[in-house]
Ligand binder design. Sequence first.
Ligand SMILES: *Cc1c(COP(=O)(O)O)cnc(C)c1O
Length: 371
Amino acid sequence: MTEAKQAPSDGAPQPKRGVLDIAPYVGGKSAIAGVAKPIKLSSNENALGAGEKAREAFAAAVSSIHLYPDGRADRLRAAVAEAHGLEPERLIFGNGSDEVFALLNQTYLEAGDNIVTSQYAFVAYQISARACQAEVRLAAEPDFRADVDAMLALVDERTKLVYLSNPANPTGSYATGEEIRRLHAGLPAHVILVVDEAYAEFVTEPDWESAFDLARTASNIVVTRTFSKLHGLGGLRVGFGYAPLAVEQAIDRIRLPFNVSVPGIEAAIAALGDEAHQKASRDLVAEWRPRLIQAVRGFGFEVLPASGNFILIRFPDAKRPASAAQDYLQSQGIIVRGVASYGLPDCLRVTVGTADQNRAVLDALSEFAAR
Ligand SMILES: *Cc1c(COP(=O)(O)O)cnc(C)c1O
């Protein structure tokens, strides 16, 4: 198959080996034909939108958009360092945390190297690793949770990066602080452990820990965070990694010079200072996540334990499959995320919405269950 795709039959330009084998990323749907304002719960966006302070900062930034951004994002760097108690020089900013993953892969992977992650891992890690002609190794996830021993068993001398999202998307599971320490302790020194904490702020379980503390003294841990979820700035594309200084300095050589925009920098700084909006966003999820789980289980569907701003519903009954549920929700103007591309064809991922949106989801699912 690869041969057929790549064979230069007519002298036309050929992408490098492996590129055409990568399945394009398909994001959550955002429209339903004929529905003016669908309820969009397919991309784990913040149901409250961006906060007032971030909106004002974004609007004010219009007077500066003819200027190139500060290439080091120094004011944002200082604000993030202050907010999380981190050394500013160890931060890597990206056009979303997606770009931080791509930069790590570009900096560390050669053809024939590999990354290790787990079965239902976020696909962004995998796409950019394949673009570097690296192999992607997926450790089985019994019970929809990353399995530290299974991941360690896949690591060899060609492994350069191990990716773990904590909490995980799309399963919603999390690894405990103890599991992260065990994973790190089991890795050879040449392997970078990347802990993707995109949903960190929504976790309420006491045995979850941020890997920031572990990363502080390690020479091979990168922790990533994003402004796309809690802060509601997905459209502006701002994320960062906290890395060993040597990793930051290597990446800084190949990163595009102005990879975070002027409005992105300004809105992100303002968002960090908007504790009221952060609290409202966390409170909404803390209130509705358990209510949604309990109600959906009451309709007879399975719901996995959830630690992010979304839930994963399983439809094990072939007479009421996930695809039919997705169609029914769509007929009610509600867009959720099918996750067949993650190997979870019997599941749907649903972002926690506003109270009204959540009630609409529950009404629709109870109708679907009764059909
Ligand atoms: C949404 C998400 C991110 C954030 O991506 P950005 O590029 O920062 O918007 C990272 N990791 C996971 C697992 C996510 O679901």
